[in-house]
Design a protein around this ligand. Sequence first.
Ligand code: C5P
Length: 222
Amino acid sequence: KKELQVAIDGPASAGKSTVAKKVASRFQYIYCDTGAMYRTVTLKAMQTNVALDDAAALATMLTDTTIEFKPGTPEQLVFLDGEEVTMAIRQPDVTNNVSTVAAQGTVREDLTNRQREIAAAGGIVMDGRDIGTSVLPDAEVKIFMIASVEERAQRRFKDNAQKGISTPIDVLRQEIETRDHKDSTRAISPLTQAADAVLLDTTSLSIDQVVDKISEIIEQKR
Ligand code: C5P
């Protein structure tokens, strides 16, 4: 059996990471959340007063930055320069600034290199915005996961409630639309469906149904 690269892309709050984690554990593949990497870089820039659109300063900052994933329950833990930032990178201020940092070419180049190293041996499920189009153009399985804005706002609202974040639902809807617009219209590797990706609309599907569909596609290819 082949150890595949599985790329899962799509707009904000489409359920990518929830599904990607389950698919990875079903096949005993590594899971890599590339959004967490962009979030971690954003957090560090905010903490150290690096301007979020200063491509050169961000590049310099990254030469001296480690981002690590470690196993944890219920979710993977994220470490920035050795300190745990799993919750900090999910706070609304990071969420609303991340697209600005992610639009900088220097940041994308640096993180893309790190992501390719993580994925090199295969046996990986990687989720993000540009995995199928840019990071892993040769991935054997590419999924483009979408859901209606209304459904995504509701999912994010429920998610937030568990984390003790209480942003009203119409603010969430607006934030999701703004972030998708920025991610889809940036000059460098914008969010877009790869020509060879399978489109999966999850609006009226359960998590398990989506996991089953992707698992079938993996089974056919390995
Ligand atoms: O997936 P998540 O919502 O955590 O991603 C946060 C942000 O990171 C996205 O809105 C996008 O700006 C950026 N991102 C990206 N490319 C990726 C993954 C995330 O630009 N591969």
